[in-house]
Write a protein that binds this ligand. Structure first.
Ligand code: FAD
Ligand code: PHB
Length: 393
């Protein structure tokens, strides 16, 4: 069996794994990333669009911020539409100057892949059957199969950055991990289209027929979502049916400007809240979606992953540079404190804006009152804005 030695073995070449790999490499810490899929497959998944400033800062620290800073758009606010009217959330004004960056996860991941390649970083694609071993020992290792051959990576630490369906969390004995979960009875049907975005700023719409979101990737590329029952698939929706339903859920003055066109990607994402505690088992540390998932309504998922990476990267630097393990010991507790705040905010935004099939008329009136209260109270809006731009790391 071919064997190599590294300091940090990273499972998963999504944004979490790649960002950590790049930051460690820049600081002289040797690492290897094992990714199950091809680069093209990973880049084909259309996911996050909104980055908080803390994430953008970390991308710059990783020498990966140039394209994000030129092609990404800084957004100082967004809209919440209900009762046929748009209401603006002035992020910048409400937070004393903070904003978010609209830059797609596909582009961000491409930048990270390019940066890893430029520095000669090792990212093994199509690594099959990745398995962590001896996790609680001082000499953990990973095995995987590549082109039919079994390979081994010896390391000091394993990072599980392999997303919700990955192997790392599942390798932890059931009595050593606690799972908290809520699933929602709906998903988001998303469409990407080469059309001019209907609004320069995002519009989150609450409507009796269900939630809708108007987002974008650039001034030529739009991303729209509608809430659909959990049992529906993308193939159940023709493009025409999608646009017709979207129009029904948006205010008339928005619909008047909506440019429609063929979808270039269409998929359904289920909505789920999930946290695994603790985020450490022996010498394996979980990061990003491997440890926690939020419904996308608050645009927190990737941003929560970034805060894990921030804490982990500093903890590993303290270990290798100063022989100080306090950061590693405190990682799970520190990361989870922020993760749970992201969970609360995402659950709140989801509950505020979606139609729940078994809601009573009382629940619906409360939802309406919550929206009315929000737009009548500067303090309530400020709390929303503070969470949306991202709490401090
Ligand atoms: P992933 O992106 O899941 O990466 C994990 C990687 O590990 C994958 O490449 C996978 O192929 C690989 N892998 C899996 N199993 C194995 C294995 N056994 N061995 C090796 N490799 C493996 N977040 C935001 O912050 N803002 C948003 O606006 C936003 N919008 C979203 C919209 C949608 C529709 C969705 C679905 C999500 C959205 N998110 C958003 C969430 C965000 O996309 C995720 O939080 C983010 O992808 C997490 O990154 P990750 O690297 O932790 O996990
Ligand atoms: C997106 O553009 O894909 C997007 C934007 C905001 C969200 C979720 C997804 O809250």
């Amino acid at each position: 069996m071919a064997a190599v030695k590294t300091q940090v073995g990273i499972i998963g070449g999504g944004p979490s794994g790649l960002l950590l790999s790049q930051l460690l490499h820049l600081n002289g810490i040797d690492n290897i990333v094992l990714e199950k899929h091809s680069r093209e497959y990973v880049l084909g998944r259309i996911r996050a669009g909104v980055l908080e400033h803390g994430f953008a800062k970390l991308m710059r620290e990783a020498d990966c911020g140039d394209r994000m800073d030129t092609e990404g758009e800084v957004h100082d606010g967004f809209f919440i539409a209900y009762n046929g009217k748009k209401n603006r959330v002035d992020l910048k004004g409400l937070t004393g100057g903070s904003s978010v960056v609209v830059y797609g996860q596909t582009e961000l991941t491409r930048d990270l892949y390019d940066a890893r390649a430029k520095l000669g970083g090792v990212v093994v694609h199509l690594a099959e059957d990745v398995q962590p071993h001896d996790i609680t020992s001082k000499t953990p290792y990973l095995t995987y199969v590549k082109d039919g051959k079994k390979c081994r990576v010896d390391c000091d630490f394993i990072i599980g950055a392999d997303g919700f369906h990955g192997i790392s969390r599942k390798s932890i004995p059931a009595d050593k991990i606690r799972l908290y979960e809520r699933s929602y009875p709906f998903g988001w049907l998303g469409v990407l289209s080469n059309t001019k975005p209907v609004s320069p700023e995002l519009i989150y719409a609450s409507h009796a027929r269900g939630f809708a979101l108007c987002s974008l990737r650039s001034q030529f590329l739009s991303r729209y979502y509608i809430q659909v029952p959990i049992e529906q698939n993308a193939s159940d929706w023709s493009d025409d049916a999608f646009w017709a339903e979207l129009k029904l859920r948006l205010p008339n003055d928005v619909v008047a400007h909506l440019e429609t066109g063929p979808s270039i990607e269409k998929s359904v994402a289920p909505l789920r809240s999930f946290v695994a505690e603790p985020m450490r088992y022996g010498n394996m540390f979980l990061a990003g979606d491997a440890a926690h998932i939020v419904p996308p309504t608050g645009a927190r998922g990737l941003n929560s992953a970034a805060s894990d990476i921030y804490y982990l990267y500093h903890a590993l630097m303290d270990h290798y540079r100063n022989g100080d393990d306090a950061g590693l010991r405190e990682y799970s507790q520190k990361a989870l404190a922020r993760v749970w705040k992201g969970q609360r905010f995402s659950w709140w935004m989801t509950t505020l804006l979606h139609r729940f099939p078994d809601n009573s008329v009382f629940d619906n009136r409360l939802q309406q009152t919550e929206l009315d209260y929000l737009f009548s109270s500067e303090k309530a809006l400020a709390a929303l804005a503070e969470n949306y731009v991202g709490l401090p790391f």
